[in-house]
Design a binder for this molecule. Structure first.
Ligand SMILES: Nc1ncnc2c1ncn2[C@@H]1O[C@H](COP(=O)(O)OP(=O)(O)OP(=O)(O)O)[C@@H](O)[C@H]1O
Length: 476
């Protein structure tokens, strides 16, 4: 690389301007705010501190973005106004929960905290809107820790792709790499526990496409909701901070044949998370549909899509999935561009982010593995009227590792929390309601010796010794 390519570049930005850039795969850049105030997707930048692969008033950019420009047109005013409205809802909700009288002149104040569902088509910037709104909430100085819920199984959130998850976010979410769009979690290794990491709750769906098993999607969404509501019952501040739900693009658009599926999953979210505000990102038809269906009982708002959102194709998504799984085991360390000595990545010092997974040989009998839903299912239309297909869609099917074609080699497995210790509390479908405590990948199968090699974030416990397989695979 020549000198000029690595020399930092300086940008002077006017108020409310946005510096945007794209990076080639495998490259990195760092940004430093020299003077003034700026934010990266809602997270405030500190002057004089280099940040990785991120944004905004006079900034120095180290490294070489493949595309970069400054935009004067952004939807940030609309997003800021939304935040102000949500902030008022939080303050009123907390007042109500603590028993303060209603403000004078307001006989019937709205005292529900914001419980927001964000819908939009592919590449509309849904995840970014969630991040901005959460970052504004945690930055307001009120000590809010809103719940960020991810029901997009292709996103990965804090876990690996295939999971549905939720975490209370108390500190700003940084933006440094596509492998952790919601900040780094404490699930993969104890090293990150010391810093600003999140403890998410996750359930395993196991597939990228929500249509593949919508009965399971529905069930897991409702499980997340039950868990969240139980948890918030005893936590007034948590309740008042509200929650923000990121959804997959398949909830917003698709062929007419999928309308029923979409509507069912949107309803599952609205019920499970007691949604009171639906935000539709730049999609007129969906906005009308949501108004018609829910307008009488909750607030539906159409918000503008940012011109900065980048159209990402399926091959990019596949690369990100593989990168996310790699980062789950090995950590997510970005090599700083030339000229940058110290930097943080999402608030973490770089050494904290290197993980050392372990490779262990276990007996087939050490782990009981299930696949949810029979592999071959007749389409609903082929079933007799009234026949319950549901049974086969959420039926746990035992996977036999000694059978050729078990699909276990290179499979990502979700290790489940133990079953209820009290035999009397056990029930048939309990496996569907167990949350995930970690993930492993099967890297080798020895059928003759009945042993398999698994890669796991740390040595030892496979907790309840029950795992679920989905359709995600990963190879070094
Ligand atoms: N204002 C902006 N400036 C530059 N890049 C942006 C901006 N807003 C979003 N992006 C980028 O655009 C990409 C897509 O955004 P995002 O992931 O928020 O969309 P999405 O609707 O959630 O996508 P999906 O359909 O995959 O769920 C991301 O890489 C994000 O960083």
């Amino acid at each position: 690389m020549s000198e000029s390519e690595t020399a930092p570049k300086q940008w002077v930005l006017e108020p409310e301007n946005e510096y945007r850039f794209e990076l080639e795969a495998g490259s990195s850049c760092a940004i430093m705010l020299l003077r003034g105030r700026a934010e990266v997707f809602g997270a405030e930048m500190v002057e004089g501190k280099p940040y990785f692969s991120v944004f905004l008033s006079p900034t120095h950019v180290f490294g070489q973005p493949s595309t970069e420009y400054v935009s004067e047109e952004t939807p940030m005013t609309a997003y800021g106004n939304l935040h102000l409205a949500f902030e008022q809802m939080r303050v009123r909700a907390l007042g109500k929960l603590r028993g303060s009288p209603a403000p004078e002149g307001q006989l019937d104040p709205q005292t529900d905290p914001p419980r927001v569902l964000i819908l939009g088509p592919e590449n509309s910037g849904k995840t970014t809107v969630c991040k901005i709104l959460v970052n504004y909430a945690v930055r307001s100085g009120q000590g809010w820790a809103p719940l960020l819920v991810n029901v997009d199984p292709s996103e990965g959130g804090w876990a690996v792709p295939g999971a549905l998850s939720a975490a209370a976010v108390a500190g700003p979410i940084g933006t440094c790499s596509p492998s952790n769009p919601f900040g780094s979690a404490a699930t993969s290794a104890p090293t990150t526990l010391a810093s600003n990491s999140l403890l998410p709750l996750a359930y395993w769906y196991g597939h990228e496409d929500t249509k593949r098993n919508s009965v399971l999607m529905d069930r897991l969404t409702r499980n997340l909701g039950v868990h969240i509501n139980d948890r918030l019952e005893k936590d007034q501040e948590g309740q008042a901070a509200g929650l923000i739900v990121d959804t997959p693009s398949s909830f917003a658009s698709g062929p007419a044949s999928t309308t029923e599926h979409r509507q069912k999953l949107i309803k599952a979210c609205i019920d499970a998370f007691k949604i009171n505000v639906v935000l539709v990102v730049g999609h007129e038809k969906l906005n009308v549909e949501m108004h018609r269906t829910y307008g009488s009982r909750l607030t539906v708002v159409k918000i503008p899509k940012s011109g900065g959102v980048v159209e990402l194709d399926h091959s990019y998504a596949e690369r990100v999935h593989s990168y996310q799984i790699h980062a789950y085991f090995y950590g997510d360390v970005i090599t700083p561009p030339a000229g940058v000595k110290s930097a943080t990545q999402g608030g973490e010092t770089l050494t904290d982010l290197t993980l050392a997974p372990s490779s262990t040989v276990v007996n087939f009998s050490d782990l009981t593995i299930y696949r949810i839903g029979a592999e071959t299912m007749a389409p609903s239309s082929a079933l007799p009227i009234g026949a319950a297909r549901v049974v086969s869609e959420i039926q746990p099917v035992l996977v036999d590792p000694s059978q050729p074609g078990s699909g276990l080699l290179n499979a990502v497995l979700a290790i489940l929390a133990p079953f209820n210790a009290d035999e009397n509390e056990r029930y048939d479908e309990e496996i569907l309601d167990l949350n995930v405590i970690g993930f492993v990948v099967v890297t080798n199968l020895d059928i003759a010796l009945k042993k398999m090699t698994i890669l796991s974030p740390s040595q030892g416990s496979l907790a309840g010794k029950t795992a679920l397989i989905g359709s995600y695979e990963w190879q070094e």
